[in-house]
Design a binder for this molecule. Structure first.
Ligand SMILES: *Cc1c(COP(=O)(O)O)cnc(C)c1O
Length: 347
């Protein structure tokens, strides 16, 4: 049974959160002299002199419509990276608790654990990049507060078997974080509907990838109300700035454009794969459900440096466990992909 009280750190349980001016008076008024803002305005065409809504309700209501989740189940972070950090700070006692990670996967889970002095237990993915369930079970003990799963996974590009994730959700009483940064490009369904079944589930999504808003830094965590309330208590009061809130809201009105780009990226991914697989130094292209391809080559470093010389930057993942010889290549526009293939054909 999940009981958030048992998982939370003592200091977080006892924490009295910062109460901002906008927490203490929320209504309409003619004159606001409570937050030490500059009442004259901003030296900009638009006014940014007032602090933004700390809980970003307008933006959350729009996200709620799109995702089919009530806004009280949504937390917004300064990128998903902030959501990852806050999960550690809420649940993991430094130098005492641990997290289970399944590499090769997104690097921030480990970096954020180390920053928070949380012990990292790694259980490698299998050769076909799936979860090693017996390994995960063996690595888990009473100090394991979090398990991070990434599907589709970065840098491997594949989705995890749904039944394996469900087995973890059914057997682990700590927090299970499922990072769905690439869900828009995947065939599998989101785990968001599973939130009603599992109060210990946190689903992460982001506006940085398919939505094309990496610079705005808006990450989303969906979870049960007790978890969201704890995240809200810990976060910096104004973690999503006014410009990001406004622009994200505006962008979310253009869902059709994003859906057609996503379709185009998935098509381009297929074309790029077909072109790359013909090259003699390409040994393997792993099946991808994301907006990138993991490509196994005979000499990743040489190819990487050659491409840098041509002004094309890909990601060298050849030093990563299970990714020997691999480059991670983001799917670009048709023209960018054409340039890449042309350069590689001359290598
Ligand atoms: C890119 C990426 C993120 C980053 O998200 P931000 O919202 O930009 O911080 C999170 N998780 C994975 C797996 C990613 O690849």
């Amino acid at each position: 049974m999940f009981e958030i009280e048992k998982l939370l750190r003592e200091n977080i349980k006892k924490l009295v959160p910062y109460s901002s001016a906008r927490d203490e008076f929320k209504g309409e008024a003619a004159v606001f002299l409570d937050a030490n803002e500059n009442s004259f305005g901003s030296p900009l065409p638009r006014n940014y002199n007032r602090y933004p809504d700390p809980l970003q309700w307008k933006l959350k209501e729009k996200i709620a419509q799109i995702k089919g989740v009530p806004p009280q189940h949504i937390f917004l972070g300064n990128g998903s990276d902030e959501c990852i950090d806050i999960a550690y700070r809420a649940f993991c006692n430094p130098a005492e608790d641990n997290v289970v990670l399944c590499p090769p996967t997104y690097g921030m889970y480990e970096v954020s654990a180390r920053i928070n002095d949380v012990k990292v237990r790694t259980v490698k993915l299998t050769e076909d990049f799936q979860l090693d369930l017996p390994g995960i079970e063996a690595a888990t003990d009473e100090h394991t507060k979090l398990i991070f799963l990434c599907t589709p996974n970065n840098p491997t590009g594949n989705s995890m078997d749904r039944s394996a994730i469900e087995a973890i959700l059914n057997n682990f009483d700590g927090i299970v974080v499922i990072d769905e940064a690439y869900i828009n490009f995947a065939r599998h369904r989101s785990f968001i509907p599973e939130l009603t079944e599992y109060p210990n589930l946190v689903v992460l999504q982001t506006l940085s990838k398919a939505w094309g808003l990496a610079a705005l830094r808006v990450g989303m965590a969906f979870s049960s109300i007790p978890v969201i309330e704890v995240f809200n208590k810990i976060k910096p009061p104004y973690n999503i700035n006014q410009a990001s809130q406004e622009l994200a809201l505006q962008a979310l009105e253009n869902i059709n454009a994003v859906n057609s780009w996503t379709k185009a990226i998935v098509e381009e991914r297929g074309k790029l794969e077909q072109a790359l697989v013909q090259l003699p130094f390409v040994l393997k292209i792993y099946p991808s459900e994301a907006n990138f391809l993991l490509v196994k080559t005979t000499d990743a470093v040489k190819i990487y440096n050659y491409l840098v010389g041509k002004g094309i930057i890909v990601r060298d993942r050849s030093k990563v466990e299970l990714c020997e010889g691999c480059l991670r290549i983001t799917v670009g526009t048709p023209e960018e992909n054409r340039q890449l293939v042309e350069c590689l054909s001359a290598f």
